[in-house]
Design a protein around this ligand. Structure first.
Ligand SMILES: Nc1ncnc2c1ncn2[C@@H]1O[C@H](COP(=O)(O)OP(=O)(O)O)[C@@H](O)[C@H]1O
Ligand SMILES: [Mg+2]
Length: 217
């Protein structure tokens, strides 16, 4: 088509609308020496660029030595997936072995002789977070398109416990406004009311046209 304003629905936009201030707002708040908040929610209508923004922030942090970035699938058991993904990171894996941590109850590794197996998944993640803290690293967990499901509710309430224990865990989620609204109205998750939300304006053709012209100039 020769319509110059046709949007591409590929992974990376062809004409990128700069969202540098939104990107920096989230990165700066996560990277602060003493972070004032460890959670951010990106909301906006379908097609407003939530996934693209989150992916770009995750990519920037992943490139930094201090950060471990893990993307979780919202339709699976998130604590279990997080434990499995952390377990498979080579440096952490060897630390867990050294510390004789037995996560075999979750299908992770083999049982360790004379070590009491860890049998609670939240506790397993806490033990892993303790090693991340000792290594001076920070963990960013991203979840795209949250809904008010059982798995998400469990994960977010565990996250709240991790925060209370001062673990270096950060959570970046995207979701439609109504889904985030449902989630924060759940009785055990009202702390989400205070969590910062970034509301993305719809990407409109005017904005695309502007950047199209200026990148041509
Ligand atoms: N900053 C941006 N500039 C230009 N186009 C963008 C930008 N962010 C997203 N898009 C485009 O808009 C479409 C929807 O983006 P997406 O991140 O999937 O939205 P959402 O997750 O809010 O539904 C994609 O085709 C993407 O390429
Ligand atoms: Mg999306």
């Amino acid at each position: 088509m020769n319509n110059p304003f046709t949007l591409s629905f590929g992974k990376k936009p062809l004409q990128c609308i700069s969202r540098i201030s939104q990107t920096n707002q989230i990165i700066d708040s996560f990277e602060a020496e003493i972070p004032s908040n460890q959670i951010f929610m990106i909301t906006g209508v379908r097609g407003s660029g939530k996934t693209v923004l989150m992916t770009s922030i995750a990519g920037k942090l992943r490139a930094e030595e201090q950060w471990i970035v893990i993307e979780l699938n919202p339709s699976r058991d998130l604590l279990q997936s997080l434990a499995a993904k952390l377990y498979s990171i080579p440096e952490l894996h060897s630390e867990f072995l050294k510390a004789r941590l037995d996560f075999s109850a979750f299908g992770l590794g083999v049982s360790i002789e004379d070590a009491a197996p860890v049998t609670d998944i939240e506790n397993a993640v806490e033990l892993m977070l303790e090693h991340i803290r000792r290594a001076g690293k920070r963990l960013l967990v991203t979840i795209d398109e949250v809904v008010c499901s059982e798995y998400i509710k469990i994960f977010v309430s565990s996250f709240q416990i991790f925060l209370r224990q001062d673990y270096p865990i950060y959570l970046l989620m995207t979701g439609l406004y109504e889904n985030i609204y449902d989630l924060q109205n759940h009785k055990s998750l009202t702390f989400l009311y205070r969590a910062p939300k970034l509301i993305l304006e719809p990407l409109n053709y005017t904005a695309v046209r502007k950047s199209y012209i200026s990148s041509d100039a």
